[in-house]
Design a protein around this ligand. Sequence first.
Ligand SMILES: CC(C)(COP(=O)(O)OP(=O)(O)OC[C@H]1O[C@@H](n2cnc3c(N)ncnc32)[C@H](O)[C@@H]1OP(=O)(O)O)[C@@H](O)C(=O)NCCC(=O)NCCS
Length: 182
Amino acid sequence: MDDIIIKEVRNVDCDLVEKIVELEKRNLGEDASVNEWVIPVIIRYGKLIVAKRYRELTRSDNGINKSAITENDMEESIVNNSDDTEIIGVCEIIKSLREENTAFIHSFYIEKKYRNKGIGKKLMQNAINTLKDDNIKIIELTVDPANKTAINLYSKCGFERTGLRKNEYGRGVDRDLMILKL
Ligand SMILES: CC(C)(COP(=O)(O)OP(=O)(O)OC[C@H]1O[C@@H](n2cnc3c(N)ncnc32)[C@H](O)[C@@H]1OP(=O)(O)O)[C@@H](O)C(=O)NCCC(=O)NCCS
């Protein structure tokens, strides 16, 4: 899918925040943990990296030839959060104040109909490279031990399971801790 662009969101925008809250509810169900109070905090003090898909239909509706759409067009739509693009994947990151050069991936998902196309791997690779540029040396995340799909993806991206956090998100809600050393 060459009409996908991965980009860090740097500005708080009501429409975008609402879209992400809705997307998270749809894709994580009862595990969704962010609302309109949390996303702006992640944008301002952590990192929000999204996968966006350029809506070809909107363009062809306007009579614009797809082959004439350049990377710059996509960049512009993404920066301006224009209707020409839709968010199809989200990676939310916070930085540790306790451990130096350590970041934690708080949430990670791809919209259902776009899964199994390599977008998750692309989003994660981009997040890793962005954190590397920020001099982060350790990336941590936790995952449901039964979520083999996510565990496979994280392993493919170099994360290693280092332990189990018992009752991490409530009684009986254990999480595998996975770490990537950069
Ligand atoms: C986990 C998730 C992000 C994967 O995204 P994706 O875009 O489908 O993943 P990709 O297509 O990039 O696949 C990357 C790797 O993940 C693994 N993977 C993807 N789909 C898989 C499946 N159905 N079964 C097993 N492994 C799978 C594979 O190892 C794959 O690498 P490969 O294609 O080289 O074998 C996506 O399934 C998702 O959003 N799930 C729901 C939310 C969630 O569980 N998030 C993680 C919370 S910790």
